[in-house]
Design a protein around this ligand. Sequence first.
Ligand SMILES: Nc1nc2c(ncn2[C@@H]2O[C@H](COP(=O)(O)OP(=O)(O)O)[C@@H](O)[C@H]2O)c(=O)[nH]1
Ligand SMILES: [Mg+2]
Ligand SMILES: [Zn+2]
Length: 297
Amino acid sequence: MTSETPAQGLITAAYGRRFLVECADGRVRDCVTRGKRTDYACGDQVTITVQNEDQGVIDDCLPRRTLLYRSDSWKQKLIAANVTQMIMVVAPVPSFDLGVLDCCLAAAEHAGIRPLIVLNKADLAESAKSAVKLALYTGMGYPLLKLVATEGVDELRPQLSGQRSVLVGESGMGKSTILNQLVPNAAALTREVSASLGTGKHTTSHARLHHLDASSDIIDTPGVQAFGLHHLGVIDLAAAFIEFRPYIGHCRFRDCRHLEEPGCAIMAAHEAEQIDTRRLAVYSRLATEHLRQQKKF
Ligand SMILES: Nc1nc2c(ncn2[C@@H]2O[C@H](COP(=O)(O)OP(=O)(O)O)[C@@H](O)[C@H]2O)c(=O)[nH]1
Ligand SMILES: [Mg+2]
Ligand SMILES: [Zn+2]
């Protein structure tokens, strides 16, 4: 390609204001963006102006099928685009937080991304207790896969086929171990990229897309542990708790927030033990936080 040629590509790494774009000509270009725009994510399909064999400028982003992002009270962070599946990794040791799991699942549901829960370190005796904790989620219909990542991830491979997956989980659960089984040179690649972009060795907040085969990718986002869900209003939030769905629309008040209203179908379902107490409490906490921020509660 000659200089200043338009092209299309896939963002395979997001490093703040710098992005690696895999172009149709097979080259990976180090790209900056126009103006102050940084609202691009790993997994985005973008149009770029090619400057030379190694560099380009991102002009725009093609429409996204999905977008996973988190938000706290003052900012949003794009995590990954065009992902079809979230691999939520938990393990018995160190113990995992069910509240974090709830937020990750809700973020995936809201984004239209299929969650798969992986219980890693199934070789440890304590994993039986974790499986009991997770029965609530399998009961809701979430798929659960047990893994011993240090021994291999063959049980996971068929689940990844044809998908673009994003690896999520608290630190220490085994995400890097899983990724290194799937992409043996992943750690080295990430070090190389951060060296060439001069971002130092603190690469843990950067997302990276790896191809597994022609139709399967995995995005590693070591920084993703908790999802702030401030972007979800109460309607979206309630719908993201999938066991609430059969009851939504059956409350006395059409604009019921399922917090303290009389005739709430979700609270009635909880009374009837159809909705878990802790899950309802997580919903209430998130909904209340959102409403406080909007000064509506
Ligand atoms: N017993 C056991 N340990 C594991 C397994 N998978 C990972 N680990 C260990 O758990 C620790 C954390 O793993 P790591 O992949 O760095 O977790 P990450 O923080 O989620 O990336 C490491 O010491 C791994 O060797 C497993 O299946 N069984
Ligand atoms: Mg790690
Ligand atoms: Zn209600």
